[in-house]
Ligand binder design. Structure first.
Ligand code: NDP
Length: 327
């Protein structure tokens, strides 16, 4: 008899309430696929963009890009995973908010025994993002300075710790004084409350007027101009998200006027498209966690059936660190 799994589906785009749990059939894995029984799923801001329609998808669609669990069955041609293995992934297509699924195996990674399912589900998408931001987009050296927005969030708290372990000066921003204190506790050298302070001015003060080498900006519309203004000449603007809304079109000539600035807009999914690269990024992340350079902060846990509440909290800026759905 065909198995079924609780799966979070949205039939139309909109607020958190469009998410519903449906019982969906789960078959056998085909070539290059695995069937994985989830123990925990990760929540990420990209899930909000997809649910709200900012990143359009065919509807109805399942949601969620990340989970950890146990491999139940392996399709032909899959050599890096076996039945019974603990495993974890950040991967497309969306559909990770579920008890169990069949999916392509290329981005599924063996999960080391000393990393829990919950930590695994909380860290893959956010942690591999930090990996490429620090080592691939523009490789950073000890002593470099970075301005990192939303420093107390999921990606943010990993970035603070990663920077500390690499000798990089990370100036964070966050929306409350409590969040700023958390970012500093996790390795940010400074953190500015960008809801109450003139943060581009503070960044200039902290850098003795020079500006930072790199800005990592996932807030988008509300911070883009101030981020450019915080860079030193020849500095690099990495725009990698739009939590406050997408950055409006702008005149490229501004980059020249502001000091030959560089600008890029990367995505994790380009970086992990290649199987070997994905596995090596995951190993780098596991190494950081196993060495205790990076601790995964699970700030919120919601049962899968409370997914609507989980989305509401993430979007309302009520969360810190990573958020997971428990099975
Ligand atoms: P977070 O846990 O960081 O949550 C988002 C945070 O953004 C909020 O907590 C809030 O922190 C801040 N924020 C600022 N303005 C707003 C706003 N108007 N509405 C809501 N939140 C706002 O999420 P994630 O760790 O999952 O992701 C962080 C960012 O990184 C997202 O923008 C995401 O899309 C991006 N990302 C991009 C990737 C890529 O490869 N391009 C991959 C992974 C993530 P505060 O209250 O402190 O302002």
């Amino acid at each position: 008899m065909m198995q079924t799994a609780r799966t979070v589906i949205f039939e139309q785009v909109g607020g958190p309430d469009v998410l519903e749990i449906q019982e969906r059939p789960v078959g056998e894995p085909g070539p290059g696929e695995v069937r994985i029984a989830h123990r925990a799923c990760g929540l990420n801001f990209i899930d909000v963009y997809q649910r709200s329609g900012l990143y359009p998808m065919d509807l109805p669609h399942a949601l969620g890009m990340e989970a950890a669990g146990v491999i139940e069955a392996v399709g032909d041609g899959v050599t890096h995973l076996r039945e019974g293995d603990r495993a974890v992934y950040a991967a497309t297509p969306p559909g990770a908010y579920c008890d169990m699924r069949v999916m392509p195996a290329a981005q599924v990674c063996p999960l080391p025994d000393d990393i829990s399912f919950e930590e695994g589900a909380a860290m893959m998408l956010q942690g591999m993002t930090v990996e490429y931001l620090f080592h691939r987009t523009t490789p950073l050296q000890p002593g470099d300075s970075v301005l990192f927005h939303a420093a107390a969030g999921g990606v943010g708290l990993i970035a603070c710790q990663w920077a500390r372990s690499e000798g990089i000066t990370l100036i964070g921003t966050a929306g409350t004084d409590e969040k700023c204190a958390l970012a500093v506790k996790n390795g940010a050298t400074h953190c500015v409350n960008y809801r109450t302070e003139d943060w581009p001015k503070r960044v200039r003060e902290v850098t003795q007027g020079r500006g930072v080498d790199v800005v990592m900006d996932s807030v988008g519309k509300d911070t883009f101009d101030g981020s450019l203004a915080s860079l030193k000449p020849l500095g690099m603007m990495i725009s990698f998200g739009n939590a406050s809304g997408p950055v409006p079109p702008f005149n490229l000539g501004v980059l020249g006027q502001m000091g030959s600035l560089k600008l890029t807009r990367p995505s994790l999914f380009t970086h992990i498209a290649d199987h070997e690269t994905c596995q090596s990024m995951a190993r780098h992340l596991f190494d950081k966690v196993q060495a205790k350079d990076v601790e995964i902060h699970i700030g919120q846990r919601f049962a899968l059936e409370h997914v609507v509440e989980a989305h509401r909290a993430l979007e309302a800026r009520e969360t810190t660190g990573s958020t997971i759905l428990t099975i």
